[in-house]
Design a protein around this ligand. Structure first.
Ligand SMILES: Cc1cc2nc3c(=O)[nH]c(=O)nc-3n(C[C@H](O)[C@H](O)[C@H](O)COP(=O)(O)OP(=O)(O)OC[C@H]3O[C@@H](n4cnc5c(N)ncnc54)[C@H](O)[C@@H]3O)c2cc1C
Length: 439
């Protein structure tokens, strides 16, 4: 596999001490140990691959999902658990200017549908994923951002047809959101969940519906074969008519070759505190269970979980190594203490990082892989794949069966980044620009 980060990124290091692993027993999945034939082979067992597997298996299609490590090992089993609108990095204005009003609206509907899809799956499959939060709250980190939040409130009303709530600075503390913020805007769409519990429930449901799920089964090669494709895994061959690429931030430049330079993995970093006492919560003035993020481009995301642990996340660095992980965790801790000074003494025993995926177009992609008939890909959720990855999996399942209608915005072919395998370099000016804009 040709990957653009060092081996460390794809090993146990970055996710060691992930809080979710302590909350949920991972089932034992078998690995590929013989040749097989299925209708659809899926590479990657995160939300995207497993949602595709579930929907295909429920439609009676024979399907096998392979993960190089184990289901949920990638971003899906180690994220912040915000099930919310998003998926693209383009603003509404940019979406309209690139795709037109109608297609921008179609994309917003897909964002809404994706949140609804996850809510429906949790309900239908009986998954208890410790959900909380009524929508998500955006906190202004500068006084001038309140003006933008007022405009955003109108946009939410017009485009998502739901009623947002603006909270003035003076009312934040009584809303349980005490901190260095200048006001807030709550969009009522979305909720928070334990991502690994959701993922494990999804995997078990897919298996129950007939999907074959394999751990420790890295796909080393994908080649054409008579009537479809042949995947080489652990020295065995899996033959399938269709193949779905669901590897997002853990993709390789040669699986398939088309992906080379078309995706950019970037790191996100999370810390979790021990449970906070009533006194500690009151000292900070933070008692809300809303999932929140701030108005920075390089945003912080945080939420008080049902067990009173506080989760706090932000972007990671450019480097990936044990020492780079330590630096990212320290930066995360420093920002946590700055934002919540009353908790400066509170331990954060859990700290981990993982890869999200950015595309040059700044929009997700769902569609065929050019010149590879029967192969489809779904990726690039720009750090918002809990809902959008689940939706993408369902869309991929429909495409394979010949009846999917992918929103226009997500059909746009993925453009290439400059600098080939050194393309991480584009993050330097990008992060510098964002940091300046956030001052
Ligand atoms: C720290 C962090 C916080 C985040 N917070 C949020 C959040 O709060 N809300 C939100 O919406 N999104 C969040 N995200 C993003 C979200 O987690 C991802 O967008 C989503 O999980 C992507 O799902 P996926 O199934 O497409 O990919 P992944 O879950 O990354 O799965 C890809 C899988 O492919 C496997 N794989 C790769 N290559 C091969 C191969 N050759 N053979 C077999 N298997 C292979 C990997 O082992 C991996 O398990 C966060 C991400 C991170 C890292």
């Amino acid at each position: 596999m040709k990957r653009i980060y060092p081996t460390h990124t794809y090993g146990a290091g970055p996710r060691h001490s992930c809080w979710w692993d302590e909350t949920c027993a991972a089932p034992e999945w078998p690995s590929i140990d013989e040749n097989k034939q299925v209708d659809v082979a899926i590479i990657g067992a995160g939300f995207t691959g497993l949602s595709a597997a579930l929907h295909l298996a429920e439609a009676g299609v024979s399907v096998a999902v392979m993960d190089a490590q184990h289901p949920g090992w990638g971003a899906s089993g180690r994220n912040g658990g915000f099930c919310c609108l998003g998926g693209s990095k383009l603003s509404h204005k940019e979406l309209v200017s690139r795709f037109g009003t109608e297609h921008a609206r179609e994309f917003h509907q897909a964002e809404m549908d994706s949140v609804q899809l996850v809510a429906g799956l949790l309900d239908r499959l009986g998954i208890d994923a410790d959900t909380h939060s009524h929508g998500e709250t955006l906190l202004a980190h500068r006084a001038k951002d309140m003006h933008d939040l007022q405009k955003q409130a109108q946009f939410i009303r017009d485009e998502y047809k739901v009623e947002p709530t603006l909270i003035e600075k003076t009312k934040l503390r009584q809303s349980g959101m005490g901190g260095p913020f200048f006001g807030a805007l709550t969009n009522p769409v979305g909720f928070a969940l334990n991502p690994l519990k959701y993922l494990t429930g999804l995997a078990k449901a897919a298996a129950q519906a007939g999907a074959q799920i394999y751990a420790n089964s890295p796909v080393a090669k994908l080649q054409p074969s008579s009537g479809g494709w042949c995947l080489n895994i652990n020295g065995h061959e899996i033959r399938a008519e269709n193949v779905l690429i669901a590897t997002n931030g853990y993709s390789s430049d040669d699986l398939p070759d088309w992906l080379a330079s078309r995706y950019l993995p970037t790191q996100s970093n999370v810390i979790v505190t021990r449970p906070l006492s009533d006194e500690e919560l009151n000292n900070q003035g933070w008692t809300s269970h809303q999932m929140c993020y701030d108005t920075r481009n390089l945003l912080h995301y945080f939420r008080l979980m049902p067990d009173r642990r506080f989760l706090f996340g932000m972007r990671g660095g450019f480097q990936s190594s044990p020492s780079a992980d330590r630096r990212s965790a320290q930066r995360n801790r420093r920002d946590f203490e700055t934002m919540f000074p009353a908790w400066a003494h509170v331990e954060t025993p859990n700290s981990w990082s993982g890869m999200v995926c950015v595309s040059r177009n700044l929009t997700p992609y769902i569609g065929p892989v050019p010149n590879m008939p029967g192969v489809f890909a779904g990726l690039a959720f720009h750090g918002n794949g809990v809902a959008m990855g689940s939706y993408t999996g369902k869309m991929l399942a429909e495409l394979v069966q010949g009846h999917g209608v992918v929103p226009h915005v997500m059909q746009k072919p993925m453009a290439t980044f400059p600098f080939g395998r050194a393309r991480r370099a584009v993050m330097l000016p990008m992060y510098a620009t964002y940091t300046l804009a956030d001052l």
